[in-house]
Design a protein around this ligand. Sequence first.
Ligand code: KG4
Ligand code: ZN
Length: 330
Amino acid sequence: MRILGIESSCDETAAAVVEDGVKILSSEVASQVEIHHRYGGVVPELASRHHVEAICPMVEAALAACGMEAGDLDAVAVTQGPGLVGALLVGFGFARACAFGLNIPCVGVHHLLGHIHSVFLEPEKTPPVYPFVALVVSGGHTGLYHVPDALTLELLGQTRDDAAGEAYDKIAKIMGLGYPGGPVIDAMAAEGEGGRVFFPRAFLDKDGLDFSFSGLKSAVARFLSEDGGKTSRADIAAAFQDAVVDVLVSKAFLAVEKMGCRDLAIVGGVAANRGLKKKAAQEADMRGIRLHMPSPFLCGDNAAMIAAAGYHYLQAGKVLGLDADVFSRA
Ligand code: KG4
Ligand code: ZN
């Protein structure tokens, strides 16, 4: 079963062809990072317009990269939400028209379920066993889920304010590093010493599974303005990253313990973070938990993960009706 995946929920226009939910035949991503960089965040109207420009070339490139024609496709899977409505509508409208024209089914995929399916796409890595716990950490979401099967997400806890990636982006904006902040702060942190400054870890003393990152963001902003350049930016970045990683890893393993699972998946843009990878791997080793984190090319938004999740929607007969629409919130 060959599924064309389409993703346009935020600032990446992506198309991919995936076989049977696990084998990537092609995966193309057009990033708008250059466009939004100067604004320090994604500008929704600009994102929509650039999706319109990129969607056809991306789908054509995905088909060409695996030597396929549209007629070879068995189904189309598209991100239905959550995300920016104007951005989602571009991919959604395109996917539905494409499926209608080809007379093949179209399924609408939940973006977060898509991220979770990114851990099933690398043949050299053993996939998680259901039920497992998933930590989804991206620019728009930070949440812990119990995943009993391929199509069910049971929310265990989530951020009460900023997402972890959003905290990275906001700190980068304050430091004048542009958008997105994650990769640049991650690189800076690797050059610094985290122990020189201490930033607060919200809710770490509590037994719950919720997160909060806005206090940390304010603490770093305050420190930056009061320090007057005495502490190196690398040390500040390292201390900030340590605080984020400490909370993410502690809560993720607390969730695994509470749910009695043996597998933990950490997915989404922030899963590319080197500090997070290292600490999560150490903790998993110590506790005998199987940790699943995608390679960086599958952490950020992509369409292969959407096609992978779409395969299961199709198996379950969850095909979009003519009245289906996108949705903005989880
Ligand atoms: O999953 P994604 O591409 O889009 C959303 O669905 O939000 O995630 C993008 C987010 C951005 O906030 C970006 O700063 C963050 O992921 N990010 C990182 C790293 N690479 C990307 N955060 C921390 N460390 C990284 N290496
Ligand atoms: Zn995402």
